[in-house]
Design a protein around this ligand. Structure first.
Ligand code: PEP
Ligand code: MG
Length: 938
């Protein structure tokens, strides 16, 4: 629920360097004696490694994988890993390593020479190594890599002699100088490319491979001169100096702009550092019996059990990724090099069994001999995750509880949303990015008002609602639009909350959009989009594109809507099997936030067993209702107000009847009116304009008088701080007849259902309570009306009366409040707002800076602040239970659908969480994850 309070501004998306980087830390005075004794370098060679898979913190993901593969007896070229602790120390010591660690590394260099049977700088058998980064979390392509290290003027001849291939030796040397020159010496790549082009041109070579040994020797000479000219020093010939320089460059690359940006996006901490892997080179580019490739043990896009990947013959690793040559499908390797292919299949399926997860691997074949260079758990789409997890159980590779942990709860949303055809989506360039508020693919013609959205939809058009921000009276437009795109607002803004609740793809806070609602157009990146132009966006990634892109509906929704039989949809069956396993282990109940019968039915179909929050005011915006609500607000005496309320009564009763019925006897928490009344009236400025226009036309009589009365009332209702003003329980206290009407509508609906033989369990919830006396006041009304209705109807209904805990004072005095309240539902949206003192509608103005500067790790309106707001929740749980041991405890703020918040709510021992209908499956799985990994009270 957004309040029409102030304008919202998009969070700044630019990524600034964090103020506190490892290198900016106050330097540690001296290396503590204890640290010198600590181990910083770990070897892996000849079937034995000093590390293993459990040591990702120290060795990084790549280092831990290399160690594990070595221990498993796989053909891994020997090497060693310099730990992440060394990286952190390097920064702390002012960008150098203490001598003890340099010595430790030297000892490992000697060990590696022995294991590899080659020496650095040798003219007969030179040792060449790769130097690669590897943090705990994979950050593909973000940091630097150096290959062929160890080559110098002497070693290149050694390599030539050993391989009997001068062209190959000089090409390797050329590549090395270029990489080292760029990464370590920071010479722009173009300068090298320029020299290379000059040689190619002079020798009439069209492509790189047209250059022979002599041409490459000339390139090497030119590269060395370039290095000398730019740095004033010759290209380093000492392999150890090369190694130290490269190692330090990898450490330095931990803090390059793209690595920092990547960490922001994926919430990877800044202070964990990267490890460095030094490994004997094997060559995929020695000729036609060599090659290199990457792959997955299963298809990471759709989960199919197929060997998936690509390779190149006669190439080095970077050629596959760089896209210079088109790689071939990995299955063709079976024909080209059957023995290596068979081995690769055997090794990778062994790895899959060993890690109990799909593997993403890299390999090189040098003269028909296969080497494994990397393995890690493969990243996959939500769809693939569900397919793989269920297949792993069928194949008896894991147990159901382990399979549950193979699926990220949030990724389930992807299965419920329409999707773009990936190939079509790729074709259209990116226009901008916003906050991914509600997942799903949306493509439609831009409209700028909700009325227009409805009108065009009625004409059979597909529309995308583009607004600066949305407000409660946009609900009709939001309902019909393919998607909602706003320029301002955060993750709990109106567009985000309602978009998620409706399952409508939404992007909010796309600050680059300059929207002219009156002019019915927006501009972005210099392009103007007019009403009717096609716009598409992916609500999962936040990407916005201009143009039309075809979508496909989610099969799961089609089954739930009865348009497809469950047995016809493989993904539906897997989805419901997985969630069935989740339901067996979770302890938290799952409810939904819904206020319409159809939303409630969908929530039930998704597995919600109860409504945790029915926002009754949302019902006030339906067809032909707002006028009645306005009449109620405009009434300046109780009698007129009661007359208007009497007209609203049958409408609300009908809504409650539908919602209670859809829940099949499960509890339904219905909240009495919450927002400030002015939200139901037109804007002051709009009214003033309308009156001025009428005056200019010389209008007199009822038409203009009505507007003037409305304006007077709007002005009377004006508040400086509506969010802290006349809303919530305060409305019920000043206008008890509103509470009376709502209670009557609820109980009459329940009685009607009872007469039809349908059970219902209403729970009446009073919002914004900070004082027990507020609750008592309203509870007295509810109990009185309940008794009256039951007597009139001759039916008994069991019901509860409780409160939201969303004002800090409510949490602090929860023991007193529990005397009256039969349940608490934590309203963590308002509780976050009031605990921080951050307006939930205005946080967009500074959220970006707070995230950039790491003051926040995550938006606290999205993921619960366990330290502050969470402390209030935990305190209220304890105090509430002390007074009333069997008090029902739930949460209905937006955090109820956020997996990490659900962990917290599990831990503090709530009875249930309530999420928007489309997040119910996410909540079911997250609650299972919590139950599998955290004990209540831990
Ligand atoms: C809350 O404050 O957490 C809540 C659920 O209520 P609303 O978002 O309607 O203020
Ligand atoms: Mg609230």
């Amino acid at each position: 629920m957004a309040k029409k309070t102030a304008k919202k501004t998009a969070p700044k998306k630019s990524v600034k360097k964090p103020v506190r980087k490892p290198g900016n830390r106050p330097a540690a005075k001296r290396l503590p004696a204890k640290a010198a004794a600590k181990k910083y370098v770990y070897s892996f060679a000849g079937g034995k490694a000093e590390g293993d898979r459990t040591m990702k913190d120290i060795l990084g993901g790549k280092g831990a994988g290399l160690a594990e593969m070595t221990n498993a007896g796989l053909p891994v070229p020997p090497g060693f890993t310099i730990s992440t602790a060394a990286c952190n120390l390097w920064y702390a010591e002012g960008r150098k390593l203490p001598k003890a660690i340099e010595d430790e590394m030297m000892a490992h260099v000697r060990k590696l020479e022995q294991a590899a049977g080659a020496q650095f700088g040798s003219t007969t058998n030179p040792l060449l190594v790769s130097v690669r980064s590897g943090a705990k979390f994979s950050m593909p392509g973000m940091m630097d890599t150096i290959l062929n290290l160890g080559l110098n003027d002497a070693a290149v001849e050694g390599l030539k002699a050993r391989t009997k291939n001068g062209r190959f030796a000089y090409d390797s040397y050329r590549r090395f100088i270029q990489m080292f020159g760029n990464v370590v010496l920071e010479i722009p790549k173009e300068k090298f490319e320029h020299e290379f082009e000059a040689v190619k041109q002079a020798r009439g070579a069209k492509i790189d491979t047209d250059l022979g040994e002599e041409g490459l020797q000339e390139t090497v000479a030119r590269y060395k001169k370039l290095v000398q000219d730019i740095t004033g020093k010759p290209f380093p010939q000492d392999p150890l100096a090369q190694l130290k320089g490269s190692r330090d460059a990898v450490f330095r690359s931990w803090n390059n702009d793209r690595a920092i940006k990547y960490r922001r996006m994926y919430e990877i901490p800044d202070d964990i550092g990267t490890a460095v892997n030094v490994q004997k080179m094997v060559f995929g580019n020695t000729g036609d019996r060599s090659g290199t490739g990457v792959g997955f043990t299963r298809n990471p896009a759709n989960g199919a059990k197929e060997f998936f990947g690509e390779f190149l013959i006669n190439a080095q690793g970077e050629d596959v990724v760089a896209g210079i040559r088109t790689p071939r499908p990995i299955t063709e390797l079976a024909e080209v090099m059957p023995k290596a292919y068979k081995e690769l299949r055997a090794f990778t399926s062994r790895l899959e069994k060993h890690y109990k997860d799909i593997q993403d691997f890299e390999f090189t074949i040098e003269n028909e001999k296969l080497y494994m260079l990397q393995t890690r758990n493969g990243k996959r789409t939500g769809y693939a995750a569900v397919v793989i997890a269920t297949d792993f159980v069928t194949e008896k590779l894991v147990k159901p509880n382990e399979a549950l942990l193979m699926v990220e709860p949030a990724s389930l949303s992807q299965l419920l949303s329409p999707v773009f055809d990936p190939a079509e989506w790729k074709k259209v360039p990116l226009a901008t990015k916003g906050l991914p508020a509600s997942p799903g693919a949306a493509s439609g013609q831009a409209v700028f008002t909700s009325d227009q959205a409805v009108a065009w939809t009625e004409q059979g058009k597909k529309v995308l609602l583009v607004r600066k921000e949305t407000a409660p009276d946009d609900i009709h437009g939001m309902e019909v639009a393919q998607g909602i795109l706003t320029a301002t607002g955060g993750m709990t803004s109106h567009a985000a909350v309602v978009g998620r609740q409706m399952g409508r793809p939404s992007i909010v806070g796309a600050g680059a959009l300059q929207i002219d609602e009156k002019g019915r157009c927006f501009t972005v990146g210099g392009q103007t989009v007019k009403e009717g132009d096609w716009v598409s966006f992916d609500g999962l990634s936040g990407e916005v594109k201009l143009g039309q892109v075809a979508t496909r509906p989610s099969e799961i929704l089609q089954v739930l809507a009865g348009k497809m039989k469950p047995e016809e949809s493989d993904i539906y069956q897997r989805f419901s099997t997985l969630l069935g396993w989740a339901d067996k282990v979770r302890r938290l109940g799952i409810r939904a936030n819904a206020d319409q019968p159809d939303q409630s039915e969908l929530a039930y179909a998704f597995g919600a067993r109860g409504i945790g929050l029915c926002r009754t005011e949302h019902m006030f915006f339906g067809e032909g209702r707002i006028e009645k609500v306005q009449r109620m607000i405009l009434a300046d005496n109780e009698q007129d107000r009661r007359a208007a309320l009497a007209e609203l009564l049958p409408l609300q009763r009908g809504d409650f009847y539908g919602v209670l019925k859809a829940m099949h006897g499960e509890p339904v928490t219905i909240r009495t009116i919450d927002p400030p009344l002015h939200e139901f009236l037109p804007k002051r400025e709009d009214l003033m304009v309308e009156i001025a226009k009428l005056e200019a036309r010389g209008a007199v009589g009822a038409e203009i008088d009505g507007k003037r009365t409305l304006l007077r009332r709007v002005e009377q209702l004006h508040e400086f701080n509506p969010m802290l003003g006349h809303r919530g329980v305060r409305l019920g206290i000043t206008y008890p007849e509103i509470t009376e009407m709502q209670a009557r509508a609820i109980f009459e609906a329940a009685c009607q259902l009872a007469k039809e033989g349908i059970k219902s369990a209403p729970e009446i919830m009073i919002p914004l309570v900070g004082l027990v006396k507020e609750l008592k006041d309203q509870k007295t009304i509810v109990d009185r009306v309940a008794a009256e209705v039951m007597k009139e109807q001759g039916v008994r209904i069991s019901y509860l009366v409780g409160t939201m805990i969303e004002v800090p004072r409510g949490a602090l005095t929860a023991d007193e409040i529990a005397v009256e309240a039969q349940f608490f539902s934590f309203g963590t949206n308002d509780l976050t707002q009031m605990t921080f003192g951050f307006s939930r509608d205005d946080i967009g103005k500074f959220l970006g800076s707070y995230l950039d500067r790491k003051i926040f790790d995550r938006d606290p309106f999205q993921s619960i602040d366990t330290v502050g707001v969470g402390q209030l929740v935990a305190m209220a749980v304890e105090k509430g239970r002390k007074t009333r041991p069997n008090i029902k405890l739930g949460i209905c703020g937006e955090h109820g659908g956020d997996p990490s918040s659900i962990h917290f709510f599990h831990k503090v021992g709530l009875n249930y969480v309530s999420a928007s209908p489309y997040r119910v499956p996410v909540a079911r799985l997250a609650a299972a994850h919590a139950a599998l990994s955290v004990k209540v009270g831990d």
